[in-house]
Design a protein around this ligand. Structure first.
Ligand code: NDP
Length: 252
């Protein structure tokens, strides 16, 4: 249970993409703890989605599941249209993402398209689709889940780092464009967080990362979720267009 209560999250309807595992799931669970209506997106695993719905409801939130692949714009549009016909979405976390590490000399164009398509283009499209709905709300907070590698770069991650750097340009532009309508938009840059995405790395790589993290540990999904609760709530109402690292000091 979170130690901090953001009372205004109780009235919020917040969409989190890629939420049946990893960081997205922790964000969804933290929102449910705050009493929010969590609208979680997933692309395939109905059993995992049903289990998450039950979990979120048992924690204390309301839960709705939206099934779409974020790269399938037409299905995404129709799911959002149906949902917003009945509900006003007041927060969005563009979390769904993929990584495929490879040396630039071995880069396959299809991988490049898939990484940029999922991590960057889909986040822009979804935010665009929701923007009309956002204009009708009183205040809205959007979070783009970028990465420290979008700031510092990383060998073998050219497309991934480029997609995450792209999210930062998107965040700042969108924040400027919609600030007058009380829509805020911030990017977060997690460092090395314990999830399936990092579990596949071998132990030596994990140890070498830990040795350069001043706080000497990998982050948890809960660490990231705690920052998201702050950014989604009115506690951060004067923060927009910001890029916040959450990396244990990795990129100081
Ligand atoms: P995981 O691989 O654990 O989870 C990724 C999630 O995104 C899954 O739920 C996955 O769904 C979903 N997803 C991927 N592609 C799509 C798609 N096309 N449509 C819908 N959903 C999709 O990753 P993490 O939880 O570690 O990462 C979450 C975010 O945080 C990502 O954007 C990642 O880049 C970013 N990040 C992670 C860091 C880390 O150290 N873990 C560090 C910095 C940033 P499915 O279950 O169907 O595959």
């Amino acid at each position: 249970m979170s130690e901090v209560v953001y009372r205004d999250l109780n009235d919020k309807v917040i969409l989190v993409t890629g939420a049946t595992r990893g960081i997205g799931k922790k964000i969804a669970c933290s929102l449910a703890e705050q009493g929010a209506h969590v609208v979680f997106n997933y692309r395939g695993d109905d059993a995992a989605a049903n289990a998450l719905k039950d979990e979120l409801t048992s924690i204390g939130g309301k839960a709705s599941a939206l099934k779409f692949d974020v790269t399938d714009t037409e299905t995404m549009k129709s799911a959002i249209k149906d949902f917003t016909a009945e509900h006003q979405i007041t927060g969005l976390v563009n979390n769904a993402g993929i990584s495929k590490d490879q040396l630039i000399l071995r880069l396959k164009e299809e991988d490049l398209q898939q990484i940029i398509g999922t991590n960057l283009n889909a986040a822009i499209m979804l935010t665009s689709i929701l923007s009309r709905n956002f204009l009708k709300a009183k205040d809205v907070s959007v979070i783009n889940v970028s990465s420290v590698v979008g700031l510092m770069g990383n060998a073998s991650q050219v497309p991934y780092a480029a997609s995450k750097a792209g999210l930062i340009g998107f965040t700042k532009s969108y924040a400027k464009e919609l600030a007058s309508r009380n829509v805020r938009c911030n990017a977060i840059c997690p460092g090395f967080i314990e999830t399936d995405m990092t579990q596949s790395l071998d132990d030596k790589v994990i140890e070498s990362y830990k040795s350069v993290i001043p706080l000497s540990r990998m982050g948890s999904g809960e660490d990231v979720a705690a920052l998201c609760m702050f950014l989604l709530s009115k506690a951060s109402s004067y923060i927009t267009g910001e890029v916040i690292k959450i990396d244990g000091g990795l990129y100081i």
